[in-house]
Ligand binder design. Sequence first.
Ligand SMILES: Cc1cc2nc3c(=O)[nH]c(=O)nc-3n(C[C@H](O)[C@H](O)[C@H](O)COP(=O)(O)O)c2cc1C
Length: 186
Amino acid sequence: MKVLIVLGSRNPQGQTARAADALLQGVTDEGSQGERVFLPKMKIESCRQCEDSGWGICRTEGKCVIEDDFAAIVGQIRDADAVVFANPVYFSDLSESMRAFTDRLRRTCMHEAGRDKIADKPAIGICVAGGGGGGAPACAVSLEKVLQRCGFDVVDMIPARRQNLDMKVNILEITGKWLTTCPSSG
Ligand SMILES: Cc1cc2nc3c(=O)[nH]c(=O)nc-3n(C[C@H](O)[C@H](O)[C@H](O)COP(=O)(O)O)c2cc1C
């Protein structure tokens, strides 16, 4: 099985990457493959709200008009068997790069063509509050909401904070192993 990890942090040595890597370890221990994408290192513009109605070709074609790295990452999501969204908690919410990406994905997924190979795909969210430690559960609610609207089968959401990350990495590793069993609520 192929697992794609989409990170809303730019730091491969950071706390979010540490959490994501723990899950990835569980995935690879079971003989599956994993790949990481660091969203802040990619070119992902914000939605332009193209037309006066607020919509654009996202609604009519399930695509986005902006020519940046969005479409390529969506292609990677389609190619994967499961997707993990790992997000650093900013202001108890999503990071700007995760927000920009999921905002546009949610729009394209309103159309059947946009939902192709995304609908019902198992997804896991990880939210790491690496400062004071507050806000991971609130961020997890935000992330779950947008992923569900995209049509993913959100099979788990894991909040973590700097103060419990040593403990949570164990859970994340086990979760990675479990993900390879292709859990699906359907
Ligand atoms: C703009 C901003 C807002 C942040 N808000 C929070 C917060 O609400 N709660 C918290 O514990 N940490 C907060 N942090 C710290 C991040 O959660 C921490 O930097 C992140 O988890 C670790 O980032 P990394 O994975 O890129 O290393 C904030 C950091 C930034 C830059």
